[in-house]
Design a protein around this ligand. Structure first.
Ligand code: EPU
Length: 428
């Protein structure tokens, strides 16, 4: 097991290079299955969710070869439908994309029920609705999702009852080689939806409208392989922006698309953080106090739920009362209990967390209860004086490439220690 030990209170200064986006990498890696060909994916983040996805593809028969640290070649010609191992699939929400990709390539699929961060019930009813509209019969039984369209999938209209990232991606994956045209209404707009559509189009798909409410997919006979670079991770970038703000630091955050960061930048500016935008970087600094703010999460281009816990950490440090309303994910406030261990004054009422900021925080033993919750604990720990120990950091490793190295390079006093239940064993 591993822990992070952070001795906080040092302003972060310097430059952080952002990696490729987790939530684009996962669908794109899985979508390579649709090509029955060889794809080279670049700007791939070195995170455990990506390694897990590559392992699943390998177990399915794909030939996977790392060309460099962030470039992978996937030959999906030998892949076998329905062969993804349940024990791997059940560790990650992104494995839902196997359903759409298998259906798209073989008109049938069998995949274990997906896992991922524990936010309570994470239904896939909208994914199933899309598959059924395309002509598949779907059953969910004994922790497994099975679907088949013996007469093939046909273009149709899919209207989502709610905005779903995974559902939108899966509707694209399943329909890309269906007969005729599919129109996906009330589609998610996230940059990773656009990136996935761009990847598929580079492989010969005919998808238009990605990034808007309505996506049109004109079915093609076959997709070919391609070389494709994943977009930068706006959530990783936003996390370092919060870390700069929390520590009164000054960071240049490079390899970003500033347009994707607009809702995060706007909120941080409201809190008194100074942000300068350049072509592919942002400079983030703070000299005055952090000001209280109200915030509601929304689908893109609204404020991302994946930045909600990190903003919660900042709200603890701001003078006054901040209200943080979560509208996208049912249960994403578990981290507030961990912030309380550091002295934060926060209570959750329904879907809103209320932070009475400005109470003195101090280092404590806390847990990374999920991926972004872990990021929030890191931000709080970097800001406060004293030692914080963060356990269960495998959650953080799912989505942040070399967090320790990147933070150390900008002055953080952070260590990764490996331990067993009884004793510390080693220091990385
Ligand atoms: N929902 C349904 N039915 C569905 C699909 C979704 O009720 O069929 C509900 C979910 O339970 C949730 C909401 O709709 O309450 C939004 O779910 P969505 O489908 O948009 O999310 P997702 O595809 O499961 C992706 C990201 C999450 C991110 C959300 C929202 C991946 C692998 N995961 O999840 O990322 O929070 O979109 O933007 O792309 C993270 O990176 O930390 C993370 C959790």
């Amino acid at each position: 097991m591993e822990k992070l030990i952070i001795n906080g209170g040092t302003p972060l200064r310097g430059k952080v290079q952002i990696s490729g986006m987790k939530n684009a990498a996962l669908p794109i890696l899985v979508a390579s299955l649709l090509t029955d060909d060889v794809c080279v994916i670049e700007n791939l983040p070195s995170i455990s969710d990506v390694s897990l996805t590559l392992s699943i593809l390998e177990k399915m028969g794909c030939r996977v070869r790392m060309l460099t640290r962030d470039r992978v070649e996937i030959d999906s010609r030998p892949a076998v439908c329905g062969s993804s191992p349940v024990e791997l699939v059940s560790k990650m929400r992104g494995s839902t994309y196997l359903l759409g990709a298998e259906l798209g390539r073989w008109s049938k699929t069998k995949v274990g029920y997906p896992g991922g961060c524990d936010f309570g019930v994470r239904s896939i009813d909208q994914h199933i609705k899309a598959f059924e509209a395309l002509g598949a019969e779907v059953t969910v039984d004994k922790g497994c999702v099975t679907a088949a369209a013996p007469r093939g999938l046909h273009g149709t209209s899919v209207y989502f009852d709610l905005v779903t990232v995974g559902g939108t991606v899966n509707a694209m994956l399943a329909s890309v080689m269906a007969k005729g045209t599919t129109v996906i209404e009330n589609a998610a707009h996230e940059p990773h939806i656009v990136d996935t559509a761009n990847f598929l189009n580079t492989c010969g798909a005919r998808i238009t409208g990605a990034g808007t409410d309505t996506i049109k997919v004109r079915g093609v006979e076959k997709l070919h392989g391609c070389t494709y670079a994943i977009i930068p991770d706006m959530i990783e970038a936003g996390t370092y922006m919060c870390a700069a703000a929390a520590t009164s630091g000054a960071l240049v955050i490079s390899n970003v698309i500033p347009k994707h960061l607009e809702s995060i930048s706007a909120k941080l500016e409201e809190m008194g953080v100074l942000i300068e935008e350049y072509d592919d970087s942002v400079y983030v600094t703070r000299s005055g106090p952090l000001e209280r703010v109200n915030l509601k999460t929304l689908p893109y281009p609204g404020f991302p739920t994946d930045m909600q816990p990190q903003m919660g950490a900042l709200m603890c440090l701001a003078e006054g009362t901040s209200y943080l309303n979560e509208t996208v994910i049912e249960n994403r406030f578990k981290y507030t209990n961990e912030l309380q261990k550091m002295g934060a004054s926060v209570r959750v009422v329904g879907h809103t967390a209320i932070f009475d900021g400005g109470a003195p925080l101090s280092g404590a033993k806390v847990r990374a209860v999920d991926l972004r919750a872990g990021a929030a604990m890191v931000i709080a720990a970097l800001a406060v004086r004293g030692i914080t120990e963060i356990s269960e950091i495998d959650h953080i490793e799912r989505g942040y490439e070399d967090l320790v190295g990147k933070l150390r390079a900008v002055g953080a006093d952070i260590r990764l220690v490996v331990y067993n239940d009884t004793a510390m064993l080693d220091e990385a």
